[in-house]
Design a protein around this ligand. Structure first.
Ligand code: SF4
Length: 293
């Protein structure tokens, strides 16, 4: 088992390209994801690149307009079906980006993830999008495949999004909510949004009370400084508050940026720095914390 994990980890290192463009697909793209622990089919609900955050580490190039401005649901469903067949028939395994990987990775869809060029919950008909993905997943007999929502957590209180989450719950869904800070000040510094930190925390807590969630946190150096210990302790306290209020957190994904960020003052942590942060979070919260550097 350990040998297989090492093998998988080294395979992930082969595929570093997380591009959201694949062939002539518009809304769907394949990605080898360490956090998904295998092949993830991404669904881009933000082809217009709209987001309510402006994270210092965001890699979406907003100087170039998106290919289309709205999601065509029929096309999205058709593309998803086509991608699943492409994966199953071994087509993906022959693609240059994937052909060095073993077939147990390239033919096995671990998850279908709403994670695009912006915040997926900004779409007005999120629940309808989830319904389409759930239907395709059932028709294609992908019961074990998860439906993942990667979200900045600001829209989790919207009625349509809550409805979408209920559909996800019935189809092996999982919410991966972003939490990069412990205080409003640091939150504004890293995520640069007009959304209030309190709203993010409230949304994460309410969502985690309804089903176990995964917390996703990016740690990086800002102007040469790792997250100050007082901020890190506040971050751990926010997680503990979620738990105290009855929220369930399945695990924490602590990661740093993979490539240089567009903002020169925001830089990647070393493996040791991320390891130290991860250890502190584990010790202070008792949660399973996985580091991805
Ligand atoms: S939430 Fe995601 S898409 Fe939006 S700015 Fe941050 S990293 Fe970019």
């Amino acid at each position: 088992m350990a040998d297989k994990l090492i093998q998988i980890r080294s395979h992930f290192a082969v595929v570093q390209d997380h591009s959201r463009q694949f062939a002539d697909f518009t809304f769907v793209y394949p990605v080898i994801s360490r956090r998904a622990r295998g092949l993830s089919i991404g669904i881009n609900l933000n082809p217009d690149k709209v987001c309510n955050f402006d994270c210092v580490y965001c890699e979406v190039d907003r100087s170039v307009p998106g290919k289309v401005s709205r999601v065509d649901l029929n096309q999205m469903g058709d593309e998803l079906k086509a991608m699943i067949h492409f994966v199953r028939d071994g087509g993906l395994a022959k693609e240059p980006k994937f052909n060095e990987l073993p077939s147990f990775i390239t033919r096995n869809v671990k998850d279908i993830a709403f994670s695009g060029d912006g915040e997926p919950t900004l779409i007005h008909n999120f629940a309808e999008c989830v319904q389409i993905v759930a239907r395709v997943k059932s028709v294609e007999n992908l019961e074990k495949t998860k439906i993942v929502l990667v979200t900045d957590s600001a829209g989790l209180d919207k009625a349509d999004v809550k409805h979408g989450l209920q559909i996800m719950d019935a189809h092996n869904g999982e919410v991966w909510g972003k939490l990069d800070a412990g205080t409003e000040t640091y939150f504004k510094q890293v995520n640069r949004t007009s959304v209030r930190f309190e709203r993010i925390l409230k949304n994460l807590t309410a969502t985690a009370r309804a089903r176990p969630i995964v917390i996703q946190s990016v740690f990086l150096k800002i102007r040469g400084a790792v997250m100050p210990s007082v901020e890190l302790h506040a971050y751990c306290e926010r997680l503990n508050e979620i738990l105290r209020e009855g929220g369930r957190v399945k695990e924490v994904h602590a990661y740093t940026v993979a490539r240089p960020t567009p903002e020169p003052f925001a830089a990647k942590l070393s493996t040791e720095e991320l390891g130290t942060l991860t250890e502190t979070i584990r010790r202070r919260t008792g949660l399973p914390v996985f580091a991805f550097d």
